[in-house]
Structures are given as C-alpha cells and as structure tokens.
Design a binder for this molecule. Structure first.
Ligand SMILES: [Zn+2]
Length: 278
C-alpha cells in the first residue's frame, strides 16, 4: 500500500507533468469506480488541472470548482497513460485531457476498493476526507503527546489508524517504532512526553527518508523497493545493533521489530496465538 511519501512524491510528479492540462473526459470502466453522484464529472470538462495535491493517502486533482479525490487503497495506481487503449488492464477510470497523455486509475486484484470521488471544492471538508485525523506531518511534539494521552492504545495501532494520524501505514508504523526505539505494543498513554517526542522525531526521519528516495523515481515504488530497516526484514540483522529482526502477528498485521533496540531484548508473543490460549 502506498503511504505518505509515495503519494506525496507522486502528486509532485503529476503536478509537474499535468499542470494546465484541460480535462475533456472522465471515463469510468466499471460502476464502482466513481463513488459520488453529484457534482457530475462533466462539470470539470474544459477546466485546467491546477495541481495534484495530497491529503493523507488520497491524491487530489484540483480542477478549480471541483476536485477529483482518488484513493488508491492497496493495489491502486494512477498512471500516466500514453496508449489510451480501449480496455486497459486493471483499468478503473481514465481522465482524458485535450492534449498529451491521459491519467489512468488501475487497481490490481478483484477488490475494487480504489475509486474516485468528484467533490465540489467548497465541500472538501466533507466526506470522504472528513474522517481523517491530522496529517502525520502536521503534528507537533505537543499535539502528538496530547493525542497519545487521550487515546490509550498500542502505538503501532495508533500510527496506522487514519482517524488518529493520517498518512502512515504498515511499513512506516514499523519503521517509526524502530527509529523511536519503542515497542510496537507500547501503550500510548504511558509513553509520556519523552515517548511522544521520540515518535515525533522518528515520523519525520522515516517520512523524509521515504520522500528523498521516492523523489528520485519516475513512478511509484512498491514496498519491496523502499528504504527501511525492519519492515519485511524479519530474520535479517538490525542495521543499528545487529540483533535479528523479528516479526509478530498483531490484529491481522505482521509487525516487524528489533528486540534489542525496542523491547529490552524481549521477544513479543503472537497475540493471535495467545487469544486461543486465554
Ligand atoms: Zn536493533
């Protein structure tokens, strides 16, 4: 799943390439691609794309009076489409411009959860963006400490919860916990100002590293390509202390961590197993 750095860098690339392009057509390839009924996409026809922005993991095509809000979900991509074939592979929807390539929303797999919302610009504060918490980069040390104190939950779960903090996913939650030297299972309300400060710094370090890498690319990376220290690296040595990276299953997710750096050497119990033992 693309996370904040991938979506942000992609928004920057597409702005560079498509700014000023005049929309002539929006073509959904199936009935689930367009998630809204009003306003109609036709209202943006003849309008120039102002910029491609990002909110959380959504891409926003700013057409002036209306915005197309695009969520890629797990397997979605918004691709530069020079071919404009009649039946594009995994095609969900296409934005056609007066000149140059189109933009093609694809989604691998059969889930069809990626999609496009056509939203009047003065209604952007409403659904679907209204359910998101503050962007990960908008937090201050103090506001993160306050959010931790207000919601006592496992820090890894907090970091992945888009209602609490928007833009991070599984990979960055792993990387942030490792950089902050906190257990992924630490309870947020017990972390205090020091814990919040460490997580705050780790968010910026991990996002900056991801952005720096992603900005060198011409397309969006898959998670295997991205720089990281623990995510998908179970069994490999920790680059900080050389202990073996471990993974543990937690509420349907695989969480990767370094025992020496994060849990005082303790190997975390698999909570999907311990549920049966209870
Ligand atoms: Zn380590």
């Amino acid at each position: 799943m693309p996370e904040l750095p991938e979506v942000q860098a992609h928004a920057e690339r597409l702005t560079e390439q498509f700014r000023g392009a005049t929309l002539t057509k929006f073509v959904p390839f199936n009935f689930t691609a367009l998630k809204t009924a009003v306003p109609r996409p036709e209202e943006a026809y003849g309008h120039q794309l102002q910029r491609v922005g990002r909110r959380c993991k959504y891409l926003l095509l700013d057409m002036g009076d209306v915005h197309f809000v695009i969520h890629l979900m797990q397997g979605g991509r918004l691709l530069v489409d020079t071919q404009q074939s009649a039946k594009p592979r995994n095609g969900q929807a296409r934005f056609v411009f007066a000149e140059g390539p189109a933009l093609l929303l694809t989604e691998a797999g059969k889930e069809r959860r990626a999609g496009v919302w056509c939203i009047a610009t003065d209604q952007l504060a409403g659904p679907p963006l209204n359910r998101l918490g503050p962007d990960a980069l908008e937090f201050t040390e103090a506001s993160l400490a306050a959010a931790f104190a207000a919601d006592n939950m496992r820090v890894h779960g907090f970091l992945r919860d888009q209602h609490k903090i928007a833009g991070l996913g599984r990979m960055l939650a792993n990387e942030v916990c490792h950089r902050a030297k906190v257990s992924p299972f630490a309870m947020t309300a017990k972390m205090g100002a020091g814990g919040a400060a460490a997580v705050f710094a780790a968010i910026h370090e991990a996002v900056d590293e991801g952005l720096a890498y992603e900005r060198t690319r011409t397309d969006m990376s898959s998670s295997a390509d991205r720089p990281g220290r623990v995510h998908n690296r179970a069994g490999q040595p920790c680059p900080v202390c050389t202990d073996t990276i471990r993974s543990v299953s937690y509420s349907g997710y695989t969480v990767a961590y370094c025992p020496t750096c994060q849990t005082g050497g303790k190997v975390l119990a698999d909570n999907t197993t311990s549920r049966f033992l209870r």
